[in-house]
Design a protein around this ligand. Structure first.
Ligand code: ADP
Ligand code: MG
Length: 223
């Protein structure tokens, strides 16, 4: 089977105060279907920049990004939106849940936008949330949930549409260490059970070691 992600020669630089900062200097990366890869690197090394490029969130880079075999880097905004919707799931450091909707609704809504039937979307949301230990919290709004619970809802939401590739940017970075460890391991297990691939930025070596493979961002390239 083809790889889900093939990044070749990815370059990204920023202008800051008249100076050009070369953040990504030619990143090559392959993620296989169902493979969970940790992206390690110190703060400022370009992890978020790489995930944003792969997530087709912004342009401004050079190089090739193939997702599911399709060259995505040069697509217009419609094509990028289609790939984001059909193939990708996202978990951010801060959950960005919709505050006026409860936990189940936060996981149901992206499925309805994707074209699912309401009953199916609800069943899937409840199943994902239950597998993350939130079966008794389905009707809670985000403000009534702990930080770890909120991030679990964000994980369920990211997986709701069965993405082939989940992109996670320090998904437990705002939680205390003990909670972060638990939520992180639940996240990895769920991604594995679902058969998705994932590219997960972290600076936690211990957590990274639990994934299938570790790649390190250093001086703008992967070691
Ligand atoms: P990490 O996620 O590994 O902490 P980032 O990808 O956020 O690193 O940032 C890498 C470098 O790129 C940093 O030096 C940061 O200041 C710079 N950078 C990121 N985004 C921008 C931007 N939009 N404009 C200017 N510089 C940026
Ligand atoms: Mg970052």
């Amino acid at each position: 089977m083809s790889d889900i992600l093939q990044v070749t020669g990815l370059k990204r630089s920023f202008q800051q105060g008249g100076v050009t900062i070369h953040v990504l200097r030619g990143v090559d990366l392959i993620v296989g279907r169902g493979e969970i890869v940790a992206l390690l690197g110190p703060s400022g090394s370009g992890k978020s920049t790489l995930l944003q490029a792969v997530g087709l969130l912004e342009g401004g880079f050079e190089g090739s990004i193939r997702i599911g075999g399709e060259e995505a880097a040069q697509l217009g905004s419609d094509g990028r939106t289609r790939i984001r919707r059909d193939a990708l799931g996202f978990v951010y450091q801060f959950h960005h849940l919709l505050p006026d909707f409860n936990a189940a609704e936060n996981v149901i809504l992206p499925q309805l936008i994707h074209g699912a039937e309401t009953a199916d979307a609800r069943e899937r949301a409840e199943s994902l949330l239950t597998s993350l230990g939130l079966g008794e919290r389905l009707s809670h709004r985000p403000s009534k949930l702990s930080g770890g619970e909120q991030q679990r809802v964000a994980v369920a939401r990211a997986l709701a549409n069965r993405p082939s590739l989940v992109l996670a940017d320090e998904p437990t970075g705002n939680l205390d260490e003990a909670t972060a460890d638990v939520v992180f391991m639940e996240f990895v297990k769920l991604v594995r059970d679902e058969g998705s691939a994932a590219l997960v930025a972290t600076h936690n070596e211990r957590i990274a070691a639990k994934m299938d493979r570790v790649v390190r961002l250093h001086d703008g390239v992967l070691e």
